[in-house]
Each structure stands twice: as C-alpha cells, then as structure tokens.
Design a binder for this molecule. Sequence first.
Ligand SMILES: Cc1ncc(COP(=O)(O)O)c(C=O)c1O
Length: 422
Amino acid sequence: MGNNEGYAFATWTSFIEESQIRALLKYNVKYYFAGGKPGIVPTGVFAKIMADLSERYKKDPAMALDDLNYGPTAGQPYFLKTLAERLCRVRGLPIDCETQWERVCITNGSQQAIYALLDTLIDPGDVIVTPSPSYLGFLVPAVKLGARVITVPTDLDGIMPEYVDKAIRVSEEKFGKTPDMVYVVPESDNPKGTTLPWKRRQSLFDICESHKILILEDAAYAEIQFKKTPKPIKSLDKENERVAYLGTTSKEAAVLRVGYSVLPDSVKEQVMKDKGYLDLCTSSFVQRILDEYYRKYIDEAMRVAVPKYKERCAAMAKAIDADFPAGERTDPTGGFFIWWRSEKRDFDSSEFMQRVAIPNDVMYVPGGPFYPISGFRLTDDGTDLVASVPEPNTMRLGFSFEEPKLIAEGIGRLGKLLSKEL
Ligand SMILES: Cc1ncc(COP(=O)(O)O)c(C=O)c1O
C-alpha cells in the first residue's frame, strides 16, 4: 500500500482518515451496537413491491425502459409529488404539495445532500456552527472542504441556542466572518439521541434569521419517534429562505441510498448543479420502488417498526442502568442511539473497544469521531474559542439493529467488562 506508485494525491487525503463508521462496518460481532443500521426493515413489503413491478414491467415494456434509464437529476416528478405529500401531511412542512412539489429534490442518501450542500456553500475559511458532539458524516466533509467548525455546548435537550448566538458573535470578532451555516439534528440527534424542544427550535430560527445564516435541519430520524415531537424548524420557514431540510429513506424505508430535501430555491439550484456532476441522477428504478412504498405501505410499516425500536431502546437503557459503571447516559425518545459518558475522564473508549470489547464480541462507536479533527470549541462562558478536543470517555451505543434480548445480553456483557476496567 502507500504511495509507492508515485501518485501525488490531493492534500485532503493526508489529513482525512477513513470514515470510522465505514471502518467498523467490516467487523462481524455478535452484539452489534455500532453503525446506525436499521434492524427493522419491511422486507416482505419490498419483496411484494418488486414482484408487482416485475409483472407490470412484463406488461408494459415502455414503463420498464423508463424505470431502467437515466432520469432528471432532481428526481422523478411522480416520486417528488409523493414525498411532498408526506412532508406536508405528516411532517408539517410549509409546502403546498399540489403546486410546490418541485421544491423537493432527491439525492443518493442524505449523505450526498450534506456533501453537496457543503460543497456549494463552503469556501476554505468559512465558518460553520455545530453541536458538540455532532454527526461525523457532517463534520468530516466540512473539515475536508476547509470549513472552520465551531462546536457549541449541548445538554440533554440538544444544542443551546444562546451559545449559538454567542458563537456567531465570537466568529465575527475572531474571524471577521458571520458563520454560513448551523447544522442540527432536531429529532433524536446523532450521536446523543436528544430532541430539541420547540422553544429552542424557534430561538435557533430567529437567531439564524436575524444573521441570515442557513440552518441545515437534518431530520434523519423524524419518522422513528416514540412520542409526538415538536414541528420541524422548517415549518417556521414560510418563505423557504432560511432552512435546508434533509430527510432520508434509509431509516424509515430501506437503505436504498435515497435522501430527500427541501432547500431554498437558489440553494437547490446550486446543489442540483453539483449533483449533476457527482452522479448525473439517482436510480429511477429505486425511485419507483420507493414511490410504491411511500404511497401504499409506509404508515403501516412505521406502526410496526416504531414500537419495536422503542422496545430496543428501553432494553438498552435498562441494561446500561443495571450493569454499567458510574457515568451518565442520554434518554432518547426516538432514533437509533444512546450516548454514554464515563465518569472517568481519562477512559479511552476507542482503545478499550479494540483491546477488550471487540475480542468479546461487542462493538459500539467510540465518541472521539463525533468531535471535529480540527476546529474550535466555544468556551463555557461563550466569549472565546479553544481548539476542539474529543471527549474520549464517551461512546455511541446503537440499539437499532439487535433484538431486545441480544441487546440486554450484549450491554450486560459490555457493562461488566467496563466495570472491571474502570
Ligand atoms: C444524522 C444523519 N444524517 C445523515 C445520515 C446519512 O443517511 P443516508 O445517507 O443513509 O440518507 C445519517 C446516517 O446514519 C445520520 O445519522
């Protein structure tokens, strides 16, 4: 390996490591609490959709030819209309699904939307504000593209808007720049699992509105909610100017690599320009499958899946409380993850995972990668910036993939190993 062939790689390759999530996908363990893999996928529904489609294609080769072909970069109109209807009826987004469905656009996973948004809005040196900790799939591309990331404190309700306000002021003082973007996962954040209350959503919107900053509202877990959640921040954005709303089919349908977004018009135009060069378009065949799912099956599938995820979450929380050593955990009301922090500040959850957890058949994601590899942290008094450092005594525990019984066993095992160590 290495660079023996003499290629001169781009600079970013020397400071960006392989995605931790991607690296962890290659391990095979009995108790898998690592990546955000959905464990409850309506496979029977997708089998039926594909069988029905197979019949339709035999009868209608023109339809088959269309579905097995290139399509519009922003997505197939029939699918965008279906998504617009759900976004408006179920999520409360302020779009008229009859006349404004073209505001919806799709990408290959919401990961591509994140990347393309950063790619089109960020020049090296631009400033982005994120919660601390934050989704690594956002942080790493942001750093790769040269953004200055400022992380602000979070509590058990998520990001604290007063610190966002302070971070904006500090950014203006220190860098002479207003941030370009604030990134949040309002429902069941990745990695902490916290949900932003309505008052904070409103404050965040008002702050960003007054400074003309784009909010990236990543609603990856919006459909996997165990109780009613506040309306999206996007619901406040009546003019479609301030909020880029990102959804994904991955958690609520199947991992078919389709994300859907509602972006301010000018942003959408640039992001779709970028997507045109990244992949030309998303698979039309996959859009057809998903269109069937969203039109006919999703409500029933969610009625089945959400209570099961809730059981898994409860099993994990109970086992942590019973078997883990001193520390604190979050108490999610949806999503896929619980975040745990050891009381011992010098505990290194990454080293422990390689040395102890994986050999004992247990895997989680160490907390480190959820802090930017280079960037800034707002000080606790909100007046200054210091270098961002990871909190190595933390871990993200995913409850989405395993059955409650295995979760109880595996978390029990991990708890005993941790107790022995600490
Ligand atoms: C918060 C968040 N955003 C975005 C993504 C990317 O999802 P996808 O690319 O599968 O749509 C994930 C995946 O885990 C996530 O947790």
